[in-house]
Design a protein around this ligand. Structure first.
Ligand code: SF4
Length: 73
């Protein structure tokens, strides 16, 4: 399933990688959230394609994002 992060709006709170570190992590350069390299599409840190067993975790992270910039599906 597709996952996107509007990284320009990220406030680097850390909630998403705390909730779901299988899909999200801190970008070492700007401190904002990114999709883990394994699931990035075309090397884009803002877009991923994740397996079905991680959808619930990614959705929980999306629900927990205080600025609502994570989209799943
Ligand atoms: S939860 Fe939202 S604001 Fe916080 S680090 Fe993740 S994407 Fe950024």
């Amino acid at each position: 399933m597709k996952v996107t992060i509007n990284r320009d709006e990220c406030i680097a709170c850390g909630a998403c990688w705390s909730d779901c570190d299988a899909v999200f992590e801190e970008n070492p350069d700007d401190g904002n959230s990114q999709i883990v390299a394994k699931y990035q599409v075309g090397g884009n840190p803002a877009e991923g394609e994740i397996p079905d067993d991680l959808v619930d975790c990614a959705k929980a992270a999306a629900d927990g994002c205080p600025v609502e910039i994570i989209k799943v599906g």
